[in-house]
Design a binder for this molecule. Structure first.
Ligand SMILES: [Mg+2]
Ligand SMILES: [Zn+2]
Length: 172
């Protein structure tokens, strides 16, 4: 199966810098429509997000799970199913195996969904660490926005998730 590994903050929802209040969750322009197109085309969707705010004390695990439940609910109302919300709770200093660009979050997903064909899959995010993650695990990569365009070498650059979905559906 084909998958899209999606960054959360700055890709699907507005990057609030350690979002802890579910009421402040806002979709970015084109995000819902882009996800809808990918899901309709048969891509399995996975959110893969660094949440060091947990270790930094900006949000609790409970809050994070509430936010992901709300995000899941809002997307389901649009007919979009996200298979899993994977997150890294660690501080960068901990040098864990899951904080992007490290690959453990995706590795764990692959263990659960061994049918994912990485070469036919994409990693999409707004930072070079998202692009690096995708390159490490062997997917194609799309950088959202131009924030890290000088640093990352993605396969494609898109304005938003809608444009990213158009690229994916066109290039396959
Ligand atoms: Mg991001
Ligand atoms: Zn981690």
């Amino acid at each position: 199966m084909r998958a899209v590994f999606l960054d959360r903050d700055g890709t699907i929802i507005e990057d609030m810098v350690y979002l802890s209040d579910p009421e402040r969750l806002r979709f970015l322009k084109g995000a819902v429509e882009g996800l809808k197109r990918l899901y309709s085309a048969g891509y399995e969707l996975f959110v893969v997000t660094n949440q060091s705010g947990l270790k930094r004390g900006f949000l609790s695990l409970e809050r994070l799970l509430v936010i992901h439940r709300k995000l899941d609910l809002l997307l389901r109302r649009e007919g979009i199913i996200v298979k899993k919300f994977a997150f890294c709770p660690h501080h960068p200093n901990e040098r864990c195996r899951c904080r992007k660009p490290e690959t453990f979050m995706v590795k764990r997903i692959l263990k659960e969904y061994p049918d994912i064909d990485l070469e036919e899959s994409y990693t999409v995010g707004d930072k070079y660490t998202d692009v690096l993650l995708g390159q490490k695990v062997g997917t194609k990569t799309i950088l959202i926005g131009d924030r890290d365009a000088g640093k990352a070498r993605p396969d494609y650059i898109a304005r938003d998730l809608l444009q990213a979905s158009e690229i994916i559906l066109k290039k396959g």
